[in-house]
Design a protein around this ligand. Structure first.
Ligand SMILES: C[S@@+](CC[C@H](N)C(=O)[O-])C[C@H]1O[C@@H](n2cnc3c(N)ncnc32)[C@H](O)[C@@H]1O
Length: 205
């Protein structure tokens, strides 16, 4: 990826993802997780502090070495066993039906082939397994969508392939998940083109 993508971007993401508002959403999305969990786009481990006690292990999937290094302190501080178990959400190195739950926070915008990643999550989740997600994506309002489409090329270049205008909830449904609950809202203090969030739980049938 080069110096910017390998070293600068993960540090910027680490800072950008540390806000109080983000942590409020992390607490909500992690609630109810239990058993063996796979977390795609683990980043620098900002969700670790929010894992419920019922989580017995977390298999972290994260391509960026620097992000994983930045996560070390958080991983050491939790009683939940967390290991870096994979590098790419599009191709998970796990057997079928392995996990009780999956977690993705602001990652589905960035994975190049989202359809492949969602198919992989379906494959590795047990029947009835839950996907907990909070993601930004295509806004409900036409005017905001217009700006999302216009700004998308810049966003992708500056933020390591991040798409502003992916229809995340539709993509989750198209992958065969049943969306059991979803809250769609504009994030406080964020520009609408960037903060059209969907937070919810989908079930792999
Ligand atoms: C905006 S960051 C979010 C990080 C973290 N989930 C959080 O909430 O702080 C997106 C993350 O997706 C990761 N990512 C990019 N491509 C990926 C892929 N193919 N598979 C898994 N993760 C990927 C990036 O390295 C980055 O850590």
């Amino acid at each position: 990826m080069g110096f910017y993508g390998d070293h600068v971007l993960p540090r910027c993401v680490n800072l950008a993802c540390a806000s109080k508002i983000a942590h409020e959403q992390r607490a909500r999305v992690c609630a109810g997780l239990a058993g063996e969990v796979v977390e795609i786009g683990f980043g620098s481990g900002h969700n670790v502090a929010h894992y419920p006690r019922a989580v017995t292990s977390v298999s972290a999937v994260e391509p960026a070495d620097v992000a994983w290094e930045l996560a070390a302190k958080r991983v050491r501080a939790t009683a939940t066993p967390v290991r870096r178990a994979g590098l790419d959400g599009q191709s998970l190195p796990f057997e079928d039906d392995r996990f009780d739950a999956a977690l993705s926070t602001w990652t589905m915008c960035t994975i190049p082939d989202l359809r492949a990643a969602l198919a992989e999550l379906r494959r590795v989740l047990k029947p009835g397994g839950e996907l907990h997600f909070v993601e930004h994506g295509l806004a409900p309002d036409g005017k905001v969508q217009h700006w999302q489409h216009r700004l998308n090329p810049i966003q992708q270049r500056v933020f390591g392939g991040c798409h502003l205008d992916r229809p995340i909830v539709d993509s989750i449904r198209a992958a065969g998940f049943e969306v059991r609950e979803v809250d769609e809202y504009y994030e406080r203090l964020s520009p609408k083109f960037l903060g059209a969030n969907a937070l919810g739980v989908a079930v792999s049938p």
